[in-house]
Design a protein around this ligand. Structure first.
Ligand SMILES: Cc1ncc(COP(=O)(O)O)c(C=O)c1O
Length: 448
């Protein structure tokens, strides 16, 4: 039984709010009305630990005063001006300069958008434009991984491999020119029982490139660690192999750091774990601590130089929004001032240790994956068959997590990965509190 106000809100929600990634006409029965630090509070006054940083985007914890102040201050000067037609504003210039000091290599040039999907769309359109400028307009195909998520907009939906079918079929035909290849997901290798899933996936990718013709391929896009797929970390050597293949066949490498960027994996960018040098890099989420919609695609010097002088017939009304830029600028300052990367790495090591020693031995835990505050526990019916936890059992488990005051997702490629992705600012004591609540619930799952 919920209180009268909650009941009324839920009824109005069911009538008027069409939720994404959920059954139309329904809601989860929870209305969150306050947030602070790592906590969410609902209209019943119940507190939840936000163990997924919402959509893995509130990297600095909820409602940071510095970001609120930056938004308020900027709003007193300006509400909105466009960045179309060469018009600029001090806020977008400042955040661009700051970001260029943080991004790896020479990813120094930024095209701003409102969300990650728009950043993906932009990166793909810019990759095609790049080849057109070089007299190779025939290079238009985009390679990506099954299990990837690159967004739900027009172009990015095609690149997304997660739930391929589920995320595309209801919306009409997919665009031609998008090719998916199996990921280096060693625990459930799509190539079956091979000795090295990573190497096999590289071999397969190269064969696809040869079969399609490298002269038809514009770019390969991938997340450093698969995020929505369930924190699937590639085996050692995989990223070096990808970089080599892209170079060998003249294919642009687009690194999607929308979820993995900004301290999430214990580095400022996950690319740094493998020294990945993307030609382009997409960012969102932690870029602005999710306080406002804000995202970007970064271009390396070479791509920028080729595009220089062309008219970019692309953009969004809110591209380079000054208020979001001011919020992002304040956000970037906090990462550096508070040594958030170091905290995420330290807490991440602690999480990994606990998952390894206390969770992995449990009968329904198949494997653990990820790094930093970007980790997951794969839940299975039993270790031997590796069959994913049955849907009904998973649903009941997820409900128990909510009841116990833990807000997170049980999702991923097969929908059976428990996400451990709290804000990057979480303390070891706070994360221990969450893991202590979760552990008996995972232990209580019975092998079928
Ligand atoms: C890796 C990755 N790329 C792109 C996106 C799309 O971002 P948005 O939801 O802001 O459009 C997401 C969203 O979760 C993501 O995880």
């Amino acid at each position: 039984m919920v209180n009268k106000r909650t009941q009324e809100l839920l009824e109005a929600d069911a009538e008027h709010v069409v939720h994404g990634m959920y059954t139309i006409g329904q809601n989860k029965g929870i209305v969150i009305e306050k947030t602070h630090g790592i906590y969410l509070v609902d209209t019943e006054g119940k507190e939840y630990i936000d163990l997924s940083s919402q959509l893995i985007c509130v990297n600095l914890g909820h409602r940071r005063q510095e970001i609120i102040d930056a938004i308020t201050k900027a709003m007193n000067d300006i509400d909105f001006v466009t960045t179309f037609f060469g018009i600029s504003n001090p806020y977008i210039i400042e955040v661009s300069e700051k970001l260029s000091r943080l991004t790896p290599g020479d990813l120094n040039h930024f095209h701003w958008t409102s969300g990650g999907a728009e950043a993906t769309d932009s990166s793909i359109k810019l990759a095609r434009m790049y080849w057109g400028r070089k007299g190779m307009a025939g290079k238009y195909k985009i390679l990506s991984l099954y299990t990837s998520y690159h967004g739900s907009a027009g172009v990015s939906t095609n690149a997304t491999g997660l739930g391929r079918g589920l995320m595309q079929n209801p919306f009409g035909p997919v665009s031609p020119g998008f090719i998916h290849v199996p990921p280096p997901y060693s625990y459930r290798c799509m190539f079956g029982d091979v000795s090295d899933c990573g190497q096999t996936s590289l071999y397969y990718l190269e064969e696809v490139i040869k079969a399609e013709g490298p002269e038809s391929i514009a770019a390969f896009i991938a997340e450093p660690i698969l995020g929505a797929g369930g924190m699937i970390e590639p085996p050692p050597g995989w990223w070096t192999g990808i970089s080599d293949i892209c170079k060998r066949y003249d294919i642009l490498l687009i690194v999607d750091e929308v979820m993995t960027g900004f301290a999430r994996t214990g580095k400022m960018f996950a690319s740094e774990h493998w020294n990945i040098k993307g030609d382009m890099m997409t960012m969102a989420k932690g870029l602005v601590n999710a306080a406002l919609p804000f995202a970007v695609v970064a271009l390396c010097d070479e791509v920028y130089d080729v595009l220089k002088g062309a008219t970019l017939m692309h953009g969004f009304t809110y591209s380079g929004h000054p208020i979001a830029a001011a919020a992002s600028s304040a956000t970037l300052d906090i990462y550096l001032r508070d040594k958030v990367v170091e905290n995420a790495a330290r807490v991440g090591d602690h999480i990994k240790q606990r998952l390894k020693t206390e969770f992995l031995p449990l009968p329904c835990v198949g494997c653990i994956d990820g790094r930093g505050v970007f980790q997951a526990v794969e839940l299975v019916n039993d270790k031997e068959s590796k069959a994913p936890l049955e849907q009904a059992v998973k649903e009941a488990f997820w409900e128990k997590l909510f009841d116990a005051g833990i807000f997170t997702r049980v999702a991923g490629w097969l929908g059976n990965r428990l996400f451990i992705c709290p804000p990057c600012t979480i303390t070891i004591e706070e994360v221990d509190k969450a893991l202590d609540i979760i552990k008996p619930l995972v232990a209580g799952l019975e092998p079928k």
